[in-house]
Design a protein around this ligand. Structure first.
Ligand SMILES: N[C@@H](CCC(=O)N[C@@H](CS)C(=O)NCC(=O)O)C(=O)O
Length: 236
């Protein structure tokens, strides 16, 4: 059994989709990042960086429990554990790992900052045109990289679905919120629609807190904003 420390977010959803796709048994440990659960002592033992996702695999390597954080590392671990979603061919394998790193170092953080400065910060009275423009430009550059790459490919690496696709898909499915019109990136749009049809990509979390979180996400309270974005420093 794998415990998934989860909150409604593209990074945590990567792991949810991978667990479903791989048919692994899991248990969701709801971790409300708008209430500060990520700073709780027990959670920091699993993820010293205080972000979701994280997992604990009770049946890790040699049967020992394995706590793991960082969505890219978790995706690679789950793929290696099952021998799926990561090509065996070394060239394709490293290419897949490179695109996973690309996602966690570029698409994720740039989309997050673009949404922050275009939507969340202005709502809290901080409209900073320089930051808004900088991250809007950068996230559009990132989407152009992916769009060019997908021009003559069905999936990101080789001709099969891999963890690189899962990593990017959870962000493209909410691209609008990051100021991206997928219509401007037709190859990304086609690829994203293809993945959206997979049953595992449609997984829903059967918990009232999920619906509440999706609602909150559109309009954080002052307290939630402070806990999540910490404009005045650490909230704990
Ligand atoms: N590089 C990390 C990023 C994780 C991340 O930024 N998670 C966000 C949600 S998408 C979070 O937990 N934010 C809470 C906070 O910043 O306090 C990963 O890929 O796992």
């Amino acid at each position: 059994m794998i415990d998934l420390y989860y909150y409604t977010s593209p990074n945590a959803r990567k792991i949810l989709i991978a667990l479903e796709e791989l048919g692994l048994e899991y248990n969701i440990k709801w971790t409300d990042i708008t209430a500060g659960d990520q700073f709780a002592e027990e959670y920091v033992e699993v993820n010293p960086n205080s972000k979701v996702p994280a997992i604990v695999d009770c049946d890790g390597p040699d049967g020992r429990p394995l706590p793991l954080f960082e969505s890219g590392a978790i995706l690679i671990y789950l793929a290696e554990k099952t021998g799926k979603l990561l090509p065996a061919d070394p060239v394709l394998r490293y290419e897949t790992i490179a695109w996973v790193f690309w996602q966690v170092a570029n698409q994720g953080p740039m989309a997050g900052q673009a949404a922050h400065f275009s939507t969340y910060a202005p709502k809290a009275g901080h409209d900073i045109p320089y930051a808004r423009g900088r991250y809007a430009n950068e996230i559009n550059r990132v989407y152009k990289v992916l769009d060019d790459h997908l021009e003559d490919r069905e999936y990101i690496v080789g001709d099969s679905y891999t963890i690189a696709d899962i990593a990017s898909f959870t962000w493209t499915r909410v691209a609008k919120g990051h100021g991206i019109a997928l219509g401007d990136y037709p190859n990304v749009a086609r690829w994203s629609a293809l993945i959206a049809e997979r049953p595992a990509a449609k997984v829903k979390v059967n918990d009232a807190r999920e619906a509440q979180a999706m609602h909150d996400n559109k309009n954080y309270s002052k307290e939630q904003f402070q806990t999540l974005f910490r404009p005045e420093g650490q909230s704990v």
